[in-house]
Design a protein around this ligand. Sequence first.
Ligand code: 5MM
Length: 338
Amino acid sequence: MTIEEIAKKMVTKGKGILAADESTGTMEKRLKSVNVECTEKNRLHFRETLFSSSSMKTCISGVILFDETLRQTSSSGISITELIKKNGSIPGIKVDKGAKLLAGSDGEKVTEGLDGLRERMEEYYKLGARFAKWRAVYTISNKHPSEQCINSNAHALARYAALVQEAKMVPIVEPEVLMDGDHTIDKCYEVTSKVLAECYKQLAIHKVNLAGTVLKPNMILPGTDCKDKASTEEIAKKTLECLKKNVPSNVPGVAFLSGGQSELEATKNLNAINKINDTKMNFTFSYGRALQQSALKTWAKSMKEINTIQEVFNHRAKMNGASTEAKWSEKLEKSSAA
Ligand code: 5MM
């Protein structure tokens, strides 16, 4: 498949991406929150349980993996990438090395991982990955994000994207404006616009073929500590407006991150965005926490109840799949859960 075809498949209507690329440190936090020891065996068991679910075929277009998982073998003896492919989904790989302190700044971060990336991409392709992911993070405060932070992260994202396409894979470009803080929804709109504009400027400079990329942005939301809450309709309207203004129309689709929203909020908001989507772009999900939280809790209670864990995951995947086509409703949520 060409990178344009892979990108289109990743944002197919009715499906979305499972972000299961937590690094070991993040996985440690997630497993600690449900009182499970963070061992390699446990990480594999949880992930394999999800990757073997029936919704993989119907609702999951791709799975983002962490380096460790890409190299693992499932309990049935086939590799994890084969398991994902067998279930009709595309394996992908997180290739950044994390957000590190940006020299010369007052605590802002820049994502690292470009050194040796060309060679790593060759290996990842051989291991079966067909797309990659790189996440940049931006915090909002009176003085942040700075131009230095916006420019250096956009530059790194563009260099990453060019290297991924050189390896015949699709780059997911993930600039995440964090929800932390008491900023208003309009501030989030303003910052996200600046961040996206700089990303697309740099992607153009680095000659990235946008038809072979997928954007993974935050939705436009008020900060978690903001007193003025926003309605689902306002979130949808402002998110769509911000993306229409800043994302070139040859980008085939957008796969939102959930960023700390609850499972239900993330589903509702995506549904509302799709209700008013009047662009040619497909809007789908690339959720980590908002797809896995309930399944993780169920798994932690009883790891042997594979069917029950998978039913919980299937339900969430199905609800998000429906929201990519604006077909989700409270009624569907209840009847499917039942
Ligand atoms: C799955 O979580 C990823 C975090 O990995 P790190 O260990 O490198 O922090 C993260 O990049 C994720 O893909 C996105 O943030 C989306 O996840 P959420 O939970 O925000 O939907």
